[in-house]
Write a protein that binds this ligand. Structure first.
Ligand SMILES: Nc1ncnc2c1ncn2[C@@H]1O[C@H](COP(=O)(O)OP(=O)(O)OP(=O)(O)O)[C@@H](O)[C@H]1O
Ligand SMILES: [Mg+2]
Length: 234
């Protein structure tokens, strides 16, 4: 049985956006949100994205997260089999696989499924993979992550039985399950108080320094941004 590789080589390029432009068109109206936007993300990066409401932060995360391919410019992403590949050359199945195994997502409102327990939520990405780990291996890994983020005692509870900070820690465990290279976070502390926010950022930092997982964090919170190694202003 293979155990997932938990160490990433230093400073491997993961995502490279080159001169990305994005315009939303509805009827007669055109709204240019990104213009010639370039960005490199490598392993070990811990990056904040800041900018006023409507400046295009979520638009950028949707592109980085392979959720939106309707833009001009080039996006190359790390594929475990093929190294850096232009996303335009990838078929839907390959895009889904990269979304599940190379990327992780953390959202402001946690996006946990209420009909599943916290352990089942954490294990969800495993149900979309063709990797050859068995269910027991993913269950062990999910429990380890819940322990690491201090919510193992909530494994059998449903999300509504948890506090906001606990829900976000379950969501981070879920984002980590497949050992992704890059985690995209849209206002991950937006629904949390200052102390809980700090705990969540600490979880990210630990993961980042121990495994080199890159974090791209959209945040309005200057305290959060000041703890990032780079701040990108939109
Ligand atoms: N699907 C869409 N169709 C048309 N316009 C859109 C669409 N999605 C977003 N927009 C517009 O694009 C601009 C950028 O939106 P986006 O969600 O990226 O902003 P944001 O920086 O994330 O803002 P916030 O901080 O409020 O979350 C906004 O003016 C928004 O109204
Ligand atoms: Mg947004």
């Amino acid at each position: 049985m293979n155990t997932p590789d938990t160490t990433h080589t230093p400073s491997q390029l993961i995502a490279q956006l080159t001169r990305i432009s994005k315009t939303y068109v509805s009827g007669e109206n055109r709204l240019e949100v990104l213009k010639d936007f370039s960005l490199d993300i490598s392993s070990g990066d811990f990056v904040a994205i800041q900018g006023k409401s409507g400046s295009g932060k979520t638009t950028l995360l949707n592109i980085l997260g392979l959720l939106d391919s309707d833009y001009c410019g080039e996006y190359r992403i790390y594929s475990p089999d093929r190294g850096m590949v232009p996303t335009r050359t990838l078929r839907d199945a390959e895009l889904s696989r990269l979304r599940n195994e190379v990327l992780g997502f953390v959202f402001q409102h946690f996006n946990l499924l209420e009909h599943l327990t916290c352990l089942e939520n954490t294990m969800l990405p495993a149900s979309f993979t063709k990797q050859h780990e068995d269910n027991a291996t993913y269950r062990r890994k999910a429990m380890q992550l819940l322990e690491q983020f201090n919510v193992a005692d909530k494994a059998d509870n449903h999300p509504s039985q948890l506090s906001g900070g606990q829900k976000q820690r379950v969501a981070i465990a879920r984002a980590m399950l497949m050992n992704p290279r890059m985690i995209l976070c849209d206002e991950p502390t937006g629904a949390l108080d200052a102390q809980t926010s700090q705990e969540i950022i600490q979880c990210f930092r630990t993961q980042n320094s121990q495994s080199g997982t890159a974090f791209v964090i959209v945040t309005h919170d200057d305290d959060v941004a000041s703890q990032c190694q780079r701040i990108i202003r939109m």
